[in-house]
Design a protein around this ligand. Structure first.
Ligand code: SF4
Ligand code: SF4
Length: 128
């Protein structure tokens, strides 16, 4: 396959999301089982502009799914209405998930990208 640069694509060009036609709505297929096309951003690491990252604390989460609903990058991973974690390959570090998390203390907090998650979890604040 020959890849085109953004300035080589013609106006109105279409990038297909999947390698083949799906026989059902993609939302009914788990993301890891969808036949993504090579041109789909799901196949690329696009998290490298992030300077801050959301860290998830399972011990506090009530699985309300607010973070999943509001994330503009579909980077919250949830299965069977249980929050699992953050897709760091695609998360841009906008912090919206942290803003909407209702627990006290929050179950998601922003930390600098360079801080390991285990270290961030050890610094978690107490209930206010
Ligand atoms: S920081 Fe932004 S992009 Fe990343 S998971 Fe939270 S809401 Fe989504
Ligand atoms: S918003 Fe907070 S409490 Fe709700 S599912 Fe996400 S991390 Fe858990």
């Amino acid at each position: 396959m020959k890849y085109l640069g953004w300035d080589e694509l013609l106006p109105g060009a279409i990038l297909f999301s999947f390698k083949e036609d799906l026989d059902k709505d993609a939302s009914y297929i788990l993301p890891e089982e969808r036949p993504y096309a090579e041109t789909n951003s799901h196949e690329a690491y696009v998290g490298d502009w992030r300077v801050m990252k959301p860290v998830y604390n399972r011990d506090l989460c009530i699985d309300c799914q607010f973070c999943w609903v509001y994330c503009p990058d579909v980077s919250i991973i949830s299965r069977d209405k249980k929050m699992i974690g953050v897709d760091y390959d695609h998360c841009k570090g906008c912090g919206i998930c942290v803003e909407v998390c209702p627990t006290n203390p929050k179950s998601l907090l922003m930390f600098e990208e360079r801080i390991p998650n285990e270290e961030a979890l050890a610094k978690w604040p107490e209930k206010e």
